[in-house]
Design a protein around this ligand. Structure first.
Ligand code: SF4
Length: 284
């Protein structure tokens, strides 16, 4: 079978960097405990593999405060300033794998709020990246996820503010929400901090799905970016399959199938993508 594998399939730069840092720590650990603040990526397979290698996931601040030795790794989503302060006061050593694109938002938020500007984060309420970002504000900070929320915030906003976005937020929705602020008279800063890794992956997946007879999307069922890829590909190619690993692949393809496309979500490891790709090439 001929296969087109999306170049942007799998880990983005920030996630790859974070996962690599965890494996580097495992290599040099020699019995020393390793923790990640939240799962390093949204992929059950990877998290299970790391657990087997002695990496435990810390879920919240309280658990973090209870640790007295070892290394804590901050994932690509980043964390609030308070989490760094807790780590500094503890005996833990810290490996900071915050994606530099997220780090940039932390710096903007800290700087702008120090200037007395209210911060508006356009992003998903409760998302760890958004919680981390809001935790760098030294003054008022609000999150707008929907048009209604944007309207409420805009109605109560006074003075020159600063709008930033979650890195994985949809660009068109970001533009729409900013427009709401502007219509209400907002004339403060607007910094588009959306990372284009997600958009590039989506555009490429959609393009490949229009060219092939069947499409395979690999990723965790709980990963929202993988679900989005599946949705995009299904619209362009009726034979689109969503799998987590090779074991889920049960394709019943028409005899005329000649070309299969493969893409994968941002938290899908390379070895799973390779395995699926090789299997499809040889067995179909
Ligand atoms: Fe960094 Fe972009 Fe990946 Fe987020 S999606 S971790 S900002 S590279």
């Amino acid at each position: 079978m001929e296969v087109i594998l999306a170049k942007s399939a799998g880990f983005c730069f920030g996630v790859k960097r974070a996962v690599d840092k965890v494996y580097e720590q495992i290599e040099g650990a020699s019995g020393h405990p390793i923790y990640t603040y939240g799962p390093i990526i949204h992929n059950e397979e990877v998290v299970k593999d790391l657990e087997k290698r002695g990496v435990s996931v810390i879920r919240d601040e309280q658990q973090l405060r209870s640790l007295d030795q070892g290394t804590i790794i901050i994932r690509s989503h980043g964390v609030s300033k308070q989490i760094y302060q807790i780590i500094e006061k503890s005996n833990l050593s810290c490996v900071d794998a915050t994606c530099p694109f997220v780090k940039r938002i932390h710096k903007i938020v800290e700087r702008e709020s120090r200037l007395g500007r209210p911060i508006i984060v356009i992003g998903n309420q409760g998302h760890p990246e958004v919680e981390g970002i809001t935790g760098w504000a030294e003054g008022p900070v609000m999150v707008a996820e929907s048009e209604t929320e944007a309207e409420v915030i805009a109605n109560n906003l006074s003075g020159f503010g600063c709008i930033v976005s979650q890195t994985t937020f949809n660009y068109n929705k970001f533009k729409d929400l900013v427009e709401i602020f502007k219509k209400k008279g907002y004339n403060g800063n607007v910094v588009n901090t959306i990372c284009n890794a997600t958009e590039e992956r989506q555009i490429e997946a959609g393009r490949i799905a229009t060219e092939v007879d069947a499409m395979i999307v690999i990723g965790d069922r709980h990963s929202s970016n993988t679900c989005k890829l599946f949705e995009i590909c299904s619209k362009k190619c009726a034979d689109t399959y969503f799998i987590q690993t090779l074991e889920d692949l049960h394709m019943e393809l028409p005899i005329t199938t000649a070309l299969i496309g493969i893409t994968a979500g941002a938290s899908t490891p390379n070895n799973i993508i390779e395995e699926v790709q090789n299997y499809v090439r040889i067995n179909f």
